[in-house]
Design a protein around this ligand. Sequence first.
Ligand SMILES: [Zn+2]
Length: 751
Amino acid sequence: MHRSAGAAGGEVWIYGKFAPGYARTAYACFDQPDLKAEFTFQVTVPAQWTVLSNQPPAAAPEQAAGGNAVWRFTPTPRLPTFTTTVVAGDYHVVTSSHATPSGQRIPLELACQADLAGYLDAQAPALFEATARGLDLYTDLLGAYPYAKYGQVFVPAFSAGASEDVGCVLISDQFLFRSRVTAAADEFRMMVILHEMAHMWFGDLVTVRWWDDLWLSESFAEFCGHLATARVGGFPGAWSTFSVGRKAWGFAQDRLPSTHPVAADTATLSEAIANFDGISYAKGASVLRQLAAYVGEESFFSGIRAYIAGHAFANASRADLIAAVAANSGKSLGDWSQAWLRTAGFNTLHCEFQTDASGAFTEFAVVQDASASHPVLRPHRVAIGLYQRSGDVLTRTRLVEVDVTGPRTVVPELAGTTQPDLILPNDGDTGFVMVRFDPRSLRTVIESIGGLDDPLARAVGWNALIDMVQQAELPVPEFVAALAGGIRREPSVSVLQALLPQAEQIMRQLATPENAAAGKRLLADAAGQLLHSAEPASDLQLAWAQLLGWTATSADQLDLSAGLLSGDVAVPGLPVDTGLRWPLLQRLAAAGRVGDAVIGAELARDPTPAGQRHAAACRAAIPDAGHKEAAWQQLVDGRLGMEDLSVVARGFALPEQAGLLTPYPARYLGALREIWPTRSGHLRVLLGDLLFPYPAASQELLAQIDEFLAADPAEAGPDPSMVRVLTERRDTLRRALLSRALPGRRPDPPG
Ligand SMILES: [Zn+2]
């Protein structure tokens, strides 16, 4: 049970967040997914409180002794323990109802902490509309809504984005917008809403037998969330956003030594918690998307409906799902299931060709590689796009579909075709497969990726460049140069806002301090120009201001940030509200331009929990040893929630401040040992990443981690989830050291 209190201490907000195995910390139970039960909640609280739960109340609350009231809820149907919840405190509730096309009437509720009521009232019509559209689509695709009501509660200090409690979804209050946001944030919120709603069927109604089938919950919710966002959520480009953002997360996870099959072998709850990752969400969703295309969407969903009907209020496993889809499609899925669900790692495609004197292909083949640790080749149906460059426009001159099987697939129809400026394997991004370019194509992508019209083609290019920089095949400065050029021509703010956080992470983890500073200066230059040329009040204008927020480096750029904050610089159509003020201020703090007094004054303007979090991040960014030490203490002392930790850690570990972070590599392992026994599973995994002092980490930390991992496990007994975190950090650090040693710019390849 989580408890938050208002700044004055009078208001209290409590909620139960039990996924995936914490119900037993709140009440006595057998806390595993295949032991479902019916629950009847009876809650005694102070009389002025509001209580919500999975079911509606059976009657009005009854007054009880001592100024209390008793809330009795109707009994639930059979639920897994981790989807039960009780929410109690000073909450504000808005209700409505929706009738689906099949005539089912579903009561709806929205709630938030009472002091945010104004924001909820303003956003409730849009939120109810989104909910209604999602319910219409899902009841059509998946079957009747199985529960008594559908509630969504915005809760403070939540340890995840949202969680799928039956009929009472908990959503982080960061999704209750308090300042103007871009369409990208709106799109992401829509996806989260529709993801959680899909869990009512996948996870809640039909529950995994054990966590090795976590993908049956998360991959499906991720797949349905994006499908619904694109189809009914008002964001038809949701799959391109997915390709640049979530899918890149899947690739990043899949290249780590800890990678696992989508359907993983999971012995313990701690291993299950570690598997709430890019594989179970993004790779799994990509694979399901492919399965739907392979058997046809109609027979895919008729198989899914049979699976849901056959296991409603009970449990199921991978075999049940595959059998249901196979029976409804008439296709045997044994080989498919083995190749995509039961093996780890991804394949890389590149093109191999010879040309004659005129520059025409004499032979053209697609070559498939697999990593040495997961040497599995898979069948891929992909398109190869050929593009000609003219100025900065890339025009597709040819698109050939290829069934890639085995290590080398010859494409006879391309013989005789003139070698173009860009050959793009996996054009259209239909497969979960990485690509590499021939030298001429690579140069075209780096110089002109923004010239690709199709957002899915650009996504393939971006994911390849990100993978290359992650693998130390492309120097960070070269990646940043491609980015600074490409973003100027990116029309989708959602794609931008999926791409830019990855650039920030690449700089934090991989770049030298000099390259990080130079890279930020280059991006801030683009941001400053684009901010002034963007259409007033457009989403892109806000996105450029936000980019300036974390990149301003040179004196001119910092002057612009300071001017926006003070109001001395006004950009028509750009309100400098709370959401923008904090990042601008944090950058000034990082540059040493403002200190505690100015940060304190800003906190007085925004004395909310979010304001406190951002003020702490600003103080963490101040470039002196004392502020770094104070921030480190805050990160390890156990009082900050998940969102606070992420925000403060971003202020603490700035790559251009590597010199100030030199004491922390030596303290990392000790801090982790202290944290592990006392924090919840998700929190300690997060801390294992957030505390890792990438900017200052060197070969020495690598050696310390190796020594730690080599210790006799029977003696030291490190938790397997800690071993996993360390193995992942070690791998990223190893690649960072390789990347930092690369020459600044690779020589131009021969034309
Ligand atoms: Zn989920």
